[in-house]
Write a protein that binds this ligand. Structure first.
Ligand SMILES: NC(=O)c1ccc[n+]([C@@H]2O[C@H](COP(=O)([O-])OP(=O)(O)OC[C@H]3O[C@@H](n4cnc5c(N)ncnc54)[C@H](OP(=O)(O)O)[C@@H]3O)[C@@H](O)[C@H]2O)c1
Length: 262
């Protein structure tokens, strides 16, 4: 089984912490040169130095805000002038704010569509020509199990995640002939800053403690625990390897078995 990503270049969105960071670390451990994207340059400078490096790997970062797709397009477009080929793209950014769908504003839906669908689309359009030339491409979208079963209190997120999943499935058909795969990894409850804020909001809304909410979440998972970021990152990175060449257009939950459907 070939898991080697030496001489492969990876662009990883939303990657100074959480799932993006965990995926970036696993890609670097497999030998890839990793370029991180996030908003906070100081944190990017720190994290890029913490990426595993066998000695010959070149890691870098791009500062861009996914809430402004023109900025993402121009920052990555400029970077590509001197770095034309990324073999791997991890589409990821912070999740939309919580709340019921009925209360959601037009602006919040537009903002989420822009950050998640439009940015994915622009990054894909920018990177696919290089992948085609290289004859190797792996696109992995970090979405959510809400693609398969909507989550309570995440109305905007549920709506937009489904759009990303169908966007991805459509591209799987279009890109398959070029040796490029595109797959979705669906995190359940994984221990990151995003999960902390969801737990905090649930605790405030219900009057229960954060520990009680966390314990309840764990009880609903067959594994009886919240996932570790590296358990997620390993799966996302595997989909980027030569070994995963015949996996295309799937939704892969990483949720300790929590989803109640197949
Ligand atoms: N963790 C879970 O259990 C879980 C479950 C289901 C779905 N998800 C989804 O998976 C994705 C990643 O979640 P996570 O838990 O890793 O989140 P996280 O811990 O909050 O990390 C988010 C990362 O994205 C960057 N980021 C946030 N907003 C950005 C923006 N506008 N532009 C560019 N970078 C941005 C952050 O860095 P900067 O602040 O420096 O920009 C950070 O590196 C989210 O869409 C989340 O909703 C997570």
């Amino acid at each position: 089984m070939i898991l080697d990503l030496v001489n492969k270049n990876a662009l990883v969105g939303g990657s100074t912490q959480g799932l993006g960071w965990a995926t970036a670390v696993e890609l670097a451990l497999l030998g890839a040169n990793v370029t991180l994207i996030a908003r906070n340059e100081e944190r990017l400078q720190t994290k890029v130095l913490q990426l595993p490096n066998s000695g010959n790997q070149v890691h870098n970062y791009i500062v861009a805000d996914f809430s402004d797709y023109t900025q993402v397009e121009s920052a990555v477009g400029k970077y590509l002038q001197s770095f034309p080929t990324f073999h791997i793209l991890i589409n990821n950014t912070g999740g939309p704010a919580g709340g019921t769908l009925l209360d959601a504003s037009v602006e919040s839906l537009q903002k989420a569509f822009s950050s998640h669908v439009i940015c994915n689309q622009l990054l894909t359009q920018l990177l696919v020509p290089g992948m085609k030339t290289a004859g190797y491409g792996r696109i992995v979208n970090i979405i959510s199990t809400s693609v398969k079963s909507p989550l309570e209190g995440l109305g905007v997120s549920n709506t937009i995640r489904a759009a990303v999943a169908n966007w991805s499935k459509t591209l799987a058909n279009e890109l398959g002939p070029f040796g490029i795969t595109i797959n979705n990894v669906l995190p359940g409850s994984i221990n990151t800053g995003r999960l902390d804020s969801i737990i905090r909001n649930k605790a405030q809304a219900s009057g229960r403690t954060e520990d009680e909410i966390r314990d309840q979440m764990a009880k609903e998972i067959p594994a009886r625990r919240i996932g570790k970021p590296e358990e997620f990152g390993a799966v996302a990175a595997f989909l980027c390897t030569p070994a995963a060449s015949y996996i295309n257009g799937i939704n892969l939950p990483v949720d300790g078995g929590r989803l109640g459907c197949l």
